[in-house]
Design a protein around this ligand. Structure first.
Ligand SMILES: [Zn+2]
Length: 680
């Protein structure tokens, strides 16, 4: 039998024939895909005609169809349905793909041709051709194609070093996290609720100790302990250990912080930028460091008094309840939890019966129907990777085919944690006569149904479904010519707008009426309950905002200019000084040495984008609130100016077309109750 990854799919809508694909098909399919792509690149280089958009840039865009199908399918299954053998395959496949990519970007003859087309950009008329040319050219330059041979060598060395330092940084944080253990006896459980005690008991049992309880260095274990433990001495122990991770000791990350920021700076300089942030910002909506600092400072001014007020309230409560005259870092989570209970006492579990997962999913579909006229038709003839997966054909208002949506909601041992959207097939050109529609998958790990009860979700889980569904709409409603520019292939600090904005509908009565029905009685979620949820969401919003700003400023300090850092703790203290409301009382406290987002993940000079995206979605949703949350015209404008546009223009342009102006921060501040200080 032929390798199903190497022949055009005969399945309905050209979907992937998952039942026919075996693990052993991937490596040969990816090898053939690479070979096919390399041949296509060779034909571009060998072309006798002078370089044009069609014979060079377009030919490159269309060169890797087989490879894309095989690698998309592989990485999809890697996350959604894979055992150890399957996962081990990535040790083979990832280096193959990395090498192919490297060889492409450093191919001088290929780059020369692209460069020539780029210099004759004015000859092109079509907006999308021009954008594809610019993006392709930038991809090559970013990866060092325009450098001299010696500098290319230097870049390769830097990348090689970074590729070992970053995983080492993560490994240290993980080891330090695993290393911490606090063993408890019965008297040490004072204050802890049953769920926390049970979890600690289970953790101890896993380590073979029956009559003990264990708190570990992992967040889900130590965070509730800090919230509930009445034992101040133990809270101090846990806080000191978890806040000084990797600052000295066996898993010291100090050297890695310095080296990684230094190498990234050198990399940026080699490519002609004065620092790493400026290099990154070439392809960010924020464009300039100045704009990032404006956002951070603006939010700072709005939240600082609220945060101080939060702290005051907590300190007062600590004094009132336990006579504590000086509040310490290890007291904050504990008294904050008590304050929260005082202010908004309601049981989160009382919401769950209103959120049966099937109802929530059809609620999301109904919202998309009211906004964009979309219909979701369940298909039973499409193969999937697991029986839990549902498949829908998405149809437009006039019944034209939009795409395919796979829905995979519940956890299993072969699936990684978290929630994500993933295009199995992106929208865009396959060959000049065929622009295909997308196949998108929505994956979550929600509360599972049991034998007695259907899957009943928490409020946060409902928001998660709507969030990922928003990413799916971005992928599905894409209407571009080229895949490289379609769907979610937008700038990093813009990609969360379509997803985060959808979470807003979950907080709206008119939307909840459509789907938040009690699974037994059919009663709609009571208004009072909704009000309580909304209020409690803003509990300590000033403090939460300030915490995000601490991370944002610290990230920019590390990557916004070159630092000759001698002492990491000292450097950090200066960088975040203005966000600290109290004297440091924790020996060895360090954020940097465990800040894996910026030292081991993709967030270097990008941490600000969390807040950036919130500003955008709150401001965009405000337009829906002004004009009606199901207003067809507003929705049409959001679809036409944002969801269908992919990366055709700079995101600020797209945004202005929708909003009629630049984004403003006020809608976010208003939503989070940060416009005036509330002294009550
Ligand atoms: Zn997201």
């Amino acid at each position: 039998m032929k390798n199903p990854l190497l022949v055009p799919s005969k399945a309905p809508h050209g979907t992937i024939p998952f039942h026919e694909i075996k693990t052993e098909h991937f490596v040969p399919a990816i090898s053939s895909g690479i070979e096919e792509a390399e041949n296509a690149l060779q034909r571009i280089i060998d072309c006798k005609e002078s370089p044009t958009f069609d014979n060079t840039v377009l030919a490159l865009e269309l060169s890797s169809r087989t490879l894309d199908t095989a690698s998309n399918t592989f990485y999809h299954l890697f996350g959604s349905e894979s055992d150890k053998d399957f996962k081990d395959l990535s040790d083979k496949i990832s280096p193959m793909l990395a090498e192919f990519e490297n060889n492409t970007y450093l191919n001088e003859k290929l780059f020369k041709r692209i460069e020539l087309v780029f210099h004759n950009k004015d000859l092109l008329k079509d907006e999308e051709d021009i954008r594809l040319l610019e993006v392709t050219y930038n991809d090559f330059v970013k990866n060092g194609a325009a450098l001299s041979a010696t500098d290319k060598e230097k870049l390769r060395d830097i990348d090689k070093e970074l590729s070992t330092l970053s995983p080492q940084f993560s490994k240290n944080t993980l080891n330090a996290t695993n290393d911490f253990e606090l063993w408890l006896d019965e008297p040490d459980l004072d204050g802890l609720p049953d769920t926390v005690i049970d979890a600690a008991k289970m953790a101890a049992k896993e380590k073979g100790r029956e009559n003990k309880w264990l708190v570990t260095g992992h967040f889900p274990s130590f965070s509730p302990f800090m919230q509930y433990s009445a034992r101040r001495d133990l809270r101090k122990k846990v806080h000191v250990a978890t806040s000084s991770k990797c600052n000295g000791g066996k898993y010291d990350n100090n050297m890695y912080c310095k080296k990684i920021s230094d190498l990234k700076h050198k990399r940026a300089q080699l490519l002609g930028f004065s620092n790493y942030a400026d290099y990154i910002l070439q392809e960010r909506m924020a464009e300039k460091q100045e704009n990032i600092y404006n956002l951070l400072d603006n939010l700072y001014d709005s939240c600082i008094d609220h945060a101080k007020n939060d702290l005051k309230q907590i300190a007062e409560l600590a004094e009132k309840l336990d006579g504590i005259d000086e509040i310490k870092s290890w007291d904050i989570a504990y008294y904050s939890e008590k304050l929260k209970k005082d202010l908004y006492d309601y049981d989160e579990n009382s919401l769950k019966p209103y959120f049966k997962s099937e109802n929530v999913m059809s609620g999301a579909f109904e919202v998309a129907k009211r906004l964009y006229g979309l219909n979701f038709k369940k298909l039973d003839n499409v193969q999937t990777w697991h029986d839990d997966v549902n498949v829908y054909e998405v149809l437009d208002e006039d019944h034209t085919h939009i795409g395919i949506l796979y829905e995979d909601l519940f956890p299993r041992s072969t699936k990684r944690g978290g929630a994500w959207m993933n295009p199995l097939r992106s929208q865009g050109m396959v060959n000049p006569n065929d622009i295909c529609r997308p196949h998108i998958s929505l994956t979550c790990n929600l509360t599972k149904p049991t034998e007695e009860k259907p899957s009943l979700l928490t409020y946060r889980e409902v928001e998660t479904i709507f969030h990922e569904f928003g990413h799916c709409l971005h992928g599905l409603l894409s209407d571009r010519k080229y895949k490289r520019l379609s769907g979610t292939s937008v700038f990093w600090d813009f990609v969360e707008l379509p997803s985060q904005i959808m979470e807003n509908w979950v907080g709206e009565e008119d939307a909840l009426e459509l789907f938040a029905h009690h699974y037994e009685t059919g009663e709609v979620l009571p208004k009072e309950l909704l009000q309580k949820i909304k209020k409690s969401k803003n509990f300590r919003s000033g403090t939460n905002c300030l915490r995000q700003l601490t991370f944002g400023y610290l990230d920019m300090a590390w990557f916004g200019h070159h630092n000759d850092v001698d002492n990491v703790e000292e450097f950090e203290r200066k960088a975040i000084e203005k966000t600290m409301l109290r004297e440091q009382d924790t020996p060895g406290a360090s954020i940097s040495t465990m800040f894996a987002h910026i030292f081991a993940g993709g967030y270097s000079a990008g941490y600000y984008s969390y807040k950036w995206a919130e500003v955008l979605e709150a401001d965009a949703f405000e337009k829906f609130q002004e004009e009606g949350i199901f207003n067809k015209e507003t929705a049409k404008s959001f679809r036409n100016n944002i969801l269908s546009q992919g990366n055709i223009k700079h995101p600020l342009e797209l945004y202005k077309h929708f909003r009629g102006r630049k984004p403003k921060v006020e809608a976010l501040l208003k939503r989070e109750g940060l416009l005036q200080v509330n002294n009550s």
